[in-house]
Design a protein. Structure first.
Length: 217
């Protein structure tokens, strides 16, 4: 496949680019600030993910089969995140390609709490992180409200950080996954594995999550 990765210089985006290249896919790595660079099976270019016209200009003719949106904002900027998501969904619909959004854990349901979202559960999200979690919920709602795009939303577990690629993880749907000790974690490397697995063999859900395999913790 030809995989366009937006947010290609971020923690997740860099690893998705690496995982895709290692599997032999052609990669178009896009970020706000990047020098134009081309190599065998790899192209890097600068584009503002929130500018749908500029994004379409870069992607039209690129042969992209799928778009991966892996952008975050620090501090939390819900307006930017929702706007960028809608822009990418617009381009995906226009080009007829699938969009995989790497979102937030806040959009998941809290374990054992029915419909309570993780974003609203103080057991998982302290007050100082509420804005970040709420932005992820708004991002999912933007996907759900879009007409015409084919998309899938991947929520990471409660803790996502650089680590080791094991190639193993557990997959769930729209409820936060935890281990026997109550931990919800995965390495960014294994999240990238989950992204590529989904792109190569779609699981069928619109919203899913993953967590580290307990043997690897």
């Amino acid at each position: 496949m030809t995989i366009a990765v937006l947010g290609a210089t971020g923690m997740v985006g860099r690893r998705v680019v690496g995982e895709a290249g290692a599997r032999g896919h052609r990669v178009l790595a896009l970020s706000r600030k990047a020098e134009r660079e081309e190599g065998e099976g790899f192209t890097r270019a600068a584009v503002d993910v929130g500018d749908s016209a500029a994004l379409a200009e870069v992607l039209v003719g690129s042969g992209a089969d799928v778009l991966v949106l892996a952008v975050r904002s620090h501090p939390a900027d819900e307006e930017f995140l929702v706007g960028a998501t809608r822009a990418v969904m617009d381009v995906g619909a226009r080009l007829g390609v699938r969009v995989l959004v790497v979102g937030g854990a806040g959009a998941l349901r809290s374990p054992g709490e029915g419909e309570l979202l993780v974003a609203h559960d103080p057991a998982y999200v302290p007050a100082e992180l509420r804005a970040v979690a709420e932005a992820g919920v708004a991002q999912l709602r933007a996907c759900e409200g879009h007409v015409g795009a084919e998309w899938v939303y991947l929520s990471p577990p409660g803790l996502l950080e650089p680590g080791v690629r094991t190639g193993r993880y557990r997959r769930g749907t729209d409820t936060l996954l935890i281990d026997a000790g109550g931990r919800s974690w995965i390495s960014a490397e294994d999240l990238a594995v989950a992204v590529l697995d989904e792109l190569e063999n779609p699981g069928g859900e619109r919203h899913f999550t993953v967590v580290a395999d307990e043997e690897d913790e």
